[in-house]
Design a protein around this ligand. Structure first.
Ligand code: SAM
Ligand code: SF4
Length: 333
């Protein structure tokens, strides 16, 4: 099947790739315990794709039928000129949706320019509403600054275009489940719970802290009337509606509700590595073609990566070793 002159990317398991997660940096102003180790080494800036190279990579994906791009990181807003990139991406014919994932720390400053650049939706990570616990989890984060960022994003884009992302962990922030849901409810934004994944040597033992989304859903259903929803945001979340409220609760459950069969995503790191799967090591290097401005070479590399997209990730929360050696902040969440 073709879309106009575009032949959609299709892998060996019949899945169409329509969604690119493009990481703009592996750097971040936070050091979340489940995402990074305390002492992270970051890639030299000379090895990171320039924003012009990111644009070429994105353009090439869109020319191959990708219609949704998420800008992520690390923290994408540590690249101060990223609204420029957002505005260029928004002009790409064929791009249906441009979205962003951020830790919120810089959104007071950036929410309005991002809305002006045409960003459609923003996911903001929020793991705690207790300033001390927030600081413990993020190691460097300042909760009031992030809450101000969330409010700025709601003011700039509207509550229905903002979603909170939370990783709940046993013994760390599981007790904040209801507080976080009520916070989302009060602001009319959605909230998704992401099951912790074993990525990189963070020093946190997932077997101790892993908390399944089935458990969270059961807890929530004791207090809230939740209605299963068939709505999808084109990502891996399964949603429930809260009776009488705009807020939806999403569950991203790589362990307990495997979504690989419908995976439509590929990820490009800030160094230009194209990973067809978050939970496997297979990759294709886009950097040489991107640096040479070689769109035909990039197309070739993208086709190669689609051909090696594996059927499923290799996550197992009971394992003591990470499933893959790279951190989530390196691949792009
Ligand atoms: N810095 C931005 C942020 O925190 O939203 C964007 C990048 S971050 C890597 C993207 C998402 O990945 C965040 O929602 C974060 O909570 C999630 N994440 C990071 N490490 C994870 C892990 N080991 N398991 C599950 N989710 C993780
Ligand atoms: Fe930074 Fe996001 Fe990773 Fe936290 S989850 S360390 S904010 S990249």
């Amino acid at each position: 099947m073709t879309f106009g002159s575009i032949t959609p990317l299709q892998d060996g398991f019949g899945r169409k790739v329509t969604y690119l997660r493009l990481s703009l940096t592996d750097r971040c102003d936070f050091r979340c315990t489940y995402c990074m180790s305390e002492k992270m080494e970051f890639m030299p800036r000379s090895e990171i794709l320039s924003l012009e190279e990111c644009l070429l990579v994105a353009q090439t994906f869109v020319s191959l039928g990708v219609d949704k791009i998420r800008l992520t990181g690390g923290e994408p807003l540590v690249r101060k000129d990223m609204p420029w990139l957002a505005a260029r991406l928004r002009e790409l014919p064929g791009l249906r949706e441009l979205v962003l994932t951020s830790n919120g720390s810089q959104l007071s400053q950036f929410a309005a320019p991002l809305a002006q650049a045409g960003v459609d939706r923003i996911n903001i990570s929020l793991d705690s509403l207790d300033p001390e616990n927030f600081h413990r989890i993020t190691r460097t984060g300042n909760l009031p600054q992030v809450l101000a960022g969330i409010d700025a994003a709601i003011a700039a884009l509207g509550a229905r275009r903002i979603k909170l992302n939370t990783v709940l962990m046993r013994g760390i922030n599981q007790h904040e489940l209801f507080g976080l849901v009520r916070f989302a409810q009060a602001r009319g934004v959605d909230i998704s719970f992401i099951e912790q994944m074993p990525l990189g040597e963070t020093g946190l033992h997932i077997a101790d802290s892993f908390c399944s989304n089935q458990e969270l859903l059961a807890e929530l259903r004791q207090q809230f009337e939740l209605i299963p929803s068939v709505e999808s945001s084109g990502g891996p979340a399964y949603y429930w509606r809260m009776a009488g409220y705009d807020t939806r609760i999403g569950f991203i459950s790589p362990h307990t509700q495997n979504f690989c069969a419908s995976c439509n995503r590929m990820r490009v790191t800030a160094r230009g590595e194209l990973y067809p799967c978050l939970g496997n090591e297979g990759r294709v290097d886009l950097l040489p073609a991107a640096r040479a401005g070689d769109a035909a070479g990039l197309r070739e590399c993208i086709m190669q990566a689609v051909a090696i997209k594996p059927q499923s990730h290799q996550f197992d929360p009971s394992q003591t070793q990470p499933a893959v050696v790279r951190f989530m902040s390196q691949t792009g969440g």
